[in-house]
Design a protein around this ligand. Structure first.
Ligand code: EPU
Length: 309
């Protein structure tokens, strides 16, 4: 069913965004294909979202067709799992743990769909999507293509799907047999860790910026700017954006109804009536300060929708 002028604030975890001229909840591959055909008929563009958890939609909305992947089937055969793109990552984590399969427990604490998690190679608490992916079924120029893991160019929060028009339809995962009770316990522990370190109030898109891969020069500059550079950062050469924002003294900063979380610097929170424009101003502020003080160019992890209509 095609909805008209559907507010994107209802479909994003940020709870921000103007209307999508057309909005389709695709419950099957056929729905997705039909939505694309409809966009062609109307001569407008389309964009695909999953759970809306990593999306910043503009206040003007999107003048085209927004397709939300809502096919949520999960099939488990032995240690192989086939999850449709719209299955929630947390549901995949729980269902596989219940089935005594190990490897996806970490995903219980991430919002959003498995399709979105594959696209952004989501990860947390030591797990990463690419560790379990075997292949990804996509719609490419109207044809179904099976993309093998080694051609998907997975990297830190990166994949070929981010840079192509491929629409992820489903993903095949290979997991390991494990002890069901121990896996369910790990799921509870993962959720508790997330609760302890990340804000659960307000709307947000999870981490706003990618963590930063530092060069020797970056590390030396940071060393001069902060009292103590944690040894794990020098060793991994990856500087957490949340830590940088903390060091910039920006936690708690507010513009309009947007706040840089007091709990975790990489979370930008909608306190209630925030606009996308407020959020982009906070993003600009953080990026400018990080560049001016540390010479570091932060990059957003969030996906923008409707900013170049
Ligand atoms: N830190 C601070 N101040 C802050 C926030 C963090 O000093 O305000 C320090 C922490 O004390 C820690 C370090 O920075 O020493 C790293 O922080 P944390 O362990 O919270 O992890 P992160 O690097 O900020 C990453 C992912 C999260 C994921 C967590 C848990 C990115 C951008 N973020 O965060 O993913 O949940 O690890 O594994 O890679 C997301 O992608 O949306 C996301 C939230």
């Amino acid at each position: 069913m095609i909805k008209e002028n559907e507010s994107l604030s209802k479909h994003t975890n940020f709870r921000i965004g103007g209307p999508a001229r057309w909005f389709v909840e695709a419950r099957s591959e056929t729905d997705a294909r039909e939505a694309i055909a409809f966009a062609k008929e109307q001569s407008v563009s389309y964009c695909v979202i999953g759970g809306g958890s990593n999306v910043l939609a503009s206040d003007e909305g999107f003048f085209g067709v927004v397709i939300q992947m809502a096919m949520r089937g999960v099939r488990i055969e032995g240690t192989t799992v086939v999850a449709e793109a719209g299955a929630m990552s947390a549901a995949v984590a729980r269902q596989t743990a219940e089935a005594g399969l190990q490897g996806m427990e970490w995903a219980v604490s991430i919002p959003g769909t498995i399709g979105g998690a594959v696209r952004g190679n989501a990860g947390c608490f030591g797990g990463e999507m690419k560790d379990s992916v075997v292949s990804v079924r996509v719609l490419r120029d109207g044809k179904i293509v099976e993309v093998a893991k080694d051609t998907a160019q997975f990297g830190y929060r990166e994949s070929s799907f981010k840079r192509s028009n491929d629409i992820i339809l489903s993903v095949t995962l290979a997991l390991e047999p494990g002890d069901r009770e121990a896996l369910l316990k790990k799921i509870d522990e993962t959720l508790a860790k997330r609760k302890a370190s990340q804000p659960l109030y307000g709307g947000s898109a999870g981490c706003m910026f990618k963590n930063y891969d530092a060069t020797d020069e970056d590390l030396q500059r940071l060393q001069r700017e902060v009292d103590v550079l944690p040894s794990e950062m020098s060793a991994s050469r990856r500087v957490p954006a949340g830590w940088l924002i903390d060091k910039l003294g920006l936690k708690g900063t507010r513009i309009g109804d947007v706040e840089i979380s007091r709990e975790h610097g990489n979370f930008i929170v909608n306190l209630g009536k925030a606009t996308a424009s407020d959020v982009t101003q906070v993003i600009a502020l953080v990026k400018t300060k990080a560049r001016d003080r540390f010479g570091i160019q932060l990059q957003e992890e969030v996906q923008y929708v409707g900013f170049n209509n």
